[in-house]
Design a binder for this molecule. Structure first.
Ligand SMILES: CC(C)(COP(=O)(O)OP(=O)(O)OC[C@H]1O[C@@H](n2cnc3c(N)ncnc32)[C@H](O)[C@@H]1OP(=O)(O)O)[C@@H](O)C(=O)NCCC(=O)NCCS
Length: 315
């Protein structure tokens, strides 16, 4: 593969010439060995570890992962060739979104190991995009709990390995088929766009995977922590998102405090830690309120949200 080909693939992902130019040195260093080897291994996985074994400098590793991702554009096109036209174009924008975030985090256009895996999943269709939202259109439900629906529309959650036999069959349990949604960093997320995305996902599922008997839409996110109800106005899109479904704490109770710092500010602030929160930039109301909350010892936890299939039509 020559440099002009890399540049043409990068342009298809809407990466700028100036961004691509920063990858030329790593291309020259790896074009005869690591790059072709990793292209051969791409489908089988394990790339991140292989790259770590062959490049010692982390920034070089991350630049190489971006170069490799760009070089897999032909695989991406192959994966999407039988899906509706427009789907490939829509998700191709995700690379640019992450390159922007990674550039802010590391100072150069790149993909770190976590985000490379994500971008690969966007290319191999494990993650698909429908308007404002992305999803794993086939995914097992990840929470170790049992959800029981009440006649008034509320849901009871029983955590642990054992269902409650007095409640009959749970409406959802660990491992059940769901559609798992994600929100790309692509500007504000208006409720109407979110709902349109959910309906587009349901239509896609009906047409392209009619035998996939998913029980619900599932989200697992820092955005779902109820603490945001005191940190944001009622009119906020994040609160509107929380109001779409049934929200409950992840049974594993992952501490999301550093994730929230990373999402609201970036890697430098995440490494500085919550004690320094009042020194972080306070550009938005959320940054101002979260900084105060962290300074007072507040923490964030990951929560889940479920929207049952028959609840979608009422959205
Ligand atoms: C999810 C997301 C689109 C929500 O943004 P939004 O639609 O603007 O959300 P809200 O309407 O609730 O925002 C209310 C306020 O918080 C601010 N805000 C929201 N998300 C913010 C973020 N990630 N960083 C800084 N400020 C943020 C808004 O700018 C607004 O500020 P203002 O009152 O000063 O105008 C945004 O947070 C984002 O892009 N996050 C990154 C992607 C992500 O975290 N996805 C989920 C992964 S699990």
């Amino acid at each position: 593969m020559d440099w002009n080909t890399i540049c043409s693939y990068g342009a298809e992902l809407a990466l700028a010439d100036t961004q691509l130019a920063t990858l030329n040195a790593i291309f020259e260093k790896t074009k005869n060995s690591l790059l072709p080897e990793c292209l051969k291994k791409w489908h089988q996985g394990g790339i991140e570890q292989y790259v770590q074994e062959h490049l010692t400098d982390p920034i070089e590793q991350y630049q190489f992962l971006l170069l490799l991702h760009i070089a897999t554009v032909p695989f991406f096109k192959e994966y999407y060739k039988d899906l509706p036209s427009g789907m490939a174009k829509e998700i191709s924008a995700d690379t640019g979104i992450w390159v922007k975030k990674m550039t802010a985090d590391y100072g150069v256009p790149c993909l770190d190991t976590r985000i490379f895996g994500w971008c690969r999943d966007c290319f191999n269709t494990r993650v698909k995009q429908f308007g404002r939202l992305q999803c794993n259109s086939k995914d097992p439900y990840l929470c170790q709990n049992f959800l029981y629906r009440n006649p008034d529309g509320t849901v009871d959650v029983v955590e642990g390995d054992d269902p409650d036999p007095s409640r009959g069959t749970p409406a959802l349990k660990y491992g059940d088929p769901v559609i798992n949604i994600h929100i790309p960093e692509a500007g504000p997320m208006y409720r109407a766009d979110i709902v349109a995305s959910l309906h587009a996902m349901a239509d896609f599922s009906a047409n392209y995977q009619p035998d996939y008997d998913y029980k619900a839409i599932a989200a697992y996110s820092w955005l779902l922590d109820p603490a945001f109800r005191t940190l944001l106005p009622e009119t906020s899109n994040i609160i509107a998102f929380q109001n779409l479904g049934h929200v409950f704490i992840m049974p594993s109770r992952p501490d999301e405090t550093l994730e929230v710092i990373w999402r609201l500010w970036g890697r430098k602030e995440m490494l500085a830690g919550p004690e320094k929160a009042m020194e972080f930039e306070q550009r938005t109301s959320l940054q101002r309120n979260v900084a105060k909350y962290l300074a007072a010892g507040g923490k964030f936890t990951e929560y889940a949200m479920i929207i049952f299939r028959d609840e979608m039509e009422k959205l």
